[in-house]
Write a protein that binds this ligand. Structure first.
Ligand code: 0RA
Length: 632
């Protein structure tokens, strides 16, 4: 496909200096997440080579010294001289920002756009990087230190093989931690193996006391992924797989229904997970709804009097993977993880509806089981809405009056307004006194706001604490939810650093995740980071967020034991301290809540909030009369 592809295709854009100055701009952060980003970047390059059809094996290794290498048996990064830079292509790729050869359109058919910051970023953020390439009859070696050439490219042996090996030592001056996590990498490797049919990825951990290995090869690609996700679920019919290409968009979809209430749908564009969805997901959802409605009408599973299934109804219990490959992916949204290409919507819609209707026609018993599941979902939805309407009619969200406990801010501009949800009345009192009245509102929540069984919407709204929160936020809830009515741009959860605090935080996060998800995806939800310790010496005061920080301050400033106070709760801080350490926008740290890993979040909430499923099942059983008369 790319036989004339050579060094000249590689476009030279910028130098590496900005990367070391502002690493966050390129890899998001310098914490554990940012650190692993380096691995994703190097792995993505090898995966690209596999997607292009040139590589079958990839080995990822965590070495004994903590460095990481990725080896692949692809074509090898070109080693000939690059015309624009006068240095070899491989050195260009490693030292010039955005020189991956992915930007000229002459290289790979597709490549990851989101993580595609280029391997030069990895080089820039590593104290050492070594690259060994086998191709063109030779074995070549080149090394860099802090991004700068340390060992020029040299042929060190003859070889008739072709492969690329990139090994890097993350720079401890840049990263807060340089310790890689086997399970994090394993999860990623598994996911990439699912998405890249036929590639074998092996992962080794050679670190002392951590020796471990895993290998992934999925003949079935994303169908295997669906099987894996549904392992412990009660499945409906077989797993279905469709694959086709339309308008230069290649589309793969695997799906299977289950008896679950929740949907598990993951979408990918060029092997990058698109947490915020996008055009591939809307194309799929529209086609799924339309096709099932048509099929069920034509086969009288939907009677004349029945309303159509909603998109929600047909997704209940559905496990699906939608994976598209596009030449020029446009990533949008808050976290740049939403696919924007409009041609993808039509391609997915067309391919899926054609193949799915064919499948339903050829597999009537699966079709009937799916229709039955959708009808059940509709009944449950209507019953739940009736229950909620009753609550609302009874005045749950009555009076547009703001709750009495809310100490609102003076500003009416959401852009500069913040709502602090504070645990307990005493901390609430300190927060009210310490805050910036102009921009910061305080809503104290008393005690356990909810128990886990009460996360159903109508019961939630019957809870005064939640009701206050919903009214204060201004967005309403359920079908009437509107993000644009949010009264505060930032909603900050401020709880104690103890078990109760963690519980309340989890409950609130569940509430936001389940019923106000747009607030999470739009980045409106934050968690305050109050200090754990106060250290004092004479008139000087320091605050420490972690034990490590406390130790460091103790050593650096020679603070004796009795001058260290451990904060057990927010209530122990006076208003000035609370302001200074936790609320003052100039000095505080806020952790932004993102649904960065939808699968993990879903799992966490499911495990912690397993009460969510039970009451709903009970609820449906209560309405069994409605459900039983399904004559299918
Ligand atoms: C540019 C062009 C060619 C291959 C590669 C890059 C390449 C990059 C990486 C990164 C990790 N593994 C890799 N394998 C290959 C193709 C050059 C040709 O036509 O032979």
């Amino acid at each position: 496909m790319t036989s004339q592809y050579s060094a000249k295709d590689i476009q030279v854009l910028e130098g590496l200096e900005p990367v070391r100055k502002r690493p966050g701009m390129y890899i998001g952060s310098t914490d554990e997440r940012g650190l692993h980003h380096l691995v994703w970047e190097v792995l993505d390059n090898a995966i690209d080579e596999a997607m292009a059809g040139f590589c079958e094996n990839i080995d990822v290794r965590i070495h004994e010294d903590g460095s990481v290498s990725v080896w692949d048996d692809g074509r090898g990064i070109p080693v000939e001289k690059h015309e624009q830079t006068g240095i070899s292509a491989v050195e260009t790729v490693l030292t010039v920002l955005h020189a991956g050869g992915k930007f000229g359109g002459g290289g790979y058919k597709v490549s990851g756009g989101l993580h595609g910051v280029g391997v030069s970023v990895v080089n820039a953020l590593s104290s050492r990087t070594e690259v060994t390439v086998k191709r063109d009859g030779g074995k070549y070696f080149v090394a860099f230190e802090s991004g700068a050439p340390a060992h020029p490219l040299k042929k060190i042996a003859d070889s008739d093989k072709h492969s690329t090996l990139v090994q890097f030592w993350p720079d401890p001056n840049i990263f807060e931690t340089t310790e890689f996590d086997f399970d994090t990498i394993k999860k990623r490797v598994r996911q990439q193996a699912y998405l890249t049919k036929g590639v074998t990825i092996t992962l080794y951990d050679a670190r002392k006391d951590k020796v471990n290995a895993a290998q992934f090869y999925f003949e079935g690609g994303i169908t295997s992924f669906v099987h894996h996700l549904n392992e412990d679920k009660d499945r409906i019919g077989q797993a279905i797989y469709f694959e086709d290409e339309e308008n230069n968009v290649s589309v793969e979809i695997a799906l299977q229904y289950t008896q679950e209430f929740r949907e598990t749908i993951f979408s990918f564009a060029n092997n990058i997970q698109t947490i915020e969805g996008g055009t591939h997901l809307t194309g799929f959802a529209t086609a799924l709804t339309r096709t099932l409605n048509k099929y069920c009408r034509d086969h009288s599973f939907l009677k004349e009097k029945d309303p159509n299934f909603t998109s929600e109804d047909v997704r209940e219990g559905l496990t699906a993977i939608i994976s598209v490959k596009v030449r020029d992916p446009q990533f949008e949204g808050q976290t740049k993880s939403k696919l924007g290409n409009s041609e993808v919507r039509t391609a997915v819609d067309k391919i899926f509806s054609e193949k799915f209707i064919e499948f339903l026609a050829e597999n009537p018993s699966d079709a009937k089981a799916i229709a039955s599941k959708c009808s059940l979902a509709t009944k449950a939805r209507l019953a739940a809405r009736a229950a909620r309407d009753t609550v609302i009619r009874k005045g749950a969200l009555d009076g547009l009056n703001l709750p009495g406990k809310l100490a609102d801010c003076a500003s009416k501009d959401p852009e500069n307004s913040e709502l602090f949800i504070v645990e307990g009345d005493s901390a609430g009192g300190s927060a009210k006194q310490g805050r910036d009245r102009h921009t910061q509102a305080i809503l104290p929540l008393r005690g356990k706001i909810l128990n886990t069984e009460e996360s159903r919407l109508d019961r939630m709204l019957a809870n005064n604490e939640i009701k206050s929160l919903v009214v204060a936020m201004g967005t309403a809830i359920g079908d009437t939810f509107e993000l644009s009515r949010l009264r505060y741009k930032k909603i900050v959860i401020m709880t104690d650093a103890d078990v109760d605090g963690a519980h309340i935080r989890t409950l609130l996060l569940t509430l936001f995740y389940r019923h106000f998800k747009p607030l999470v995806t739009s980045g409106n939800i934050f968690i305050a980071q109050p200090p754990l310790y106060k250290l004092a010496k004479g008139k000087e005061v320091w605050y420490a967020m972690t034990d490590e920080e406390k130790e460091r301050i103790m050593k650096e400033h020679d603070v004796k034991g009795e001058n260290i106070q451990r904060y057990k709760g927010l209530g122990e801080m006076n208003p000035e301290q609370l302001w200074e350490t936790t609320m003052n926008p100039e000095t505080r740290t806020l952790a932004q809540v993102t649904v960065s890993d939808a699968e993990r979040a879903d799992h966490l909430f499911r495990v912690l909030m397993s009460g969510d499923v039970l009451p709903r099942r009970k609820f449906i059983q209560t309405h069994a009369a409605d459900v039983k008369d399904l004559d299918i």
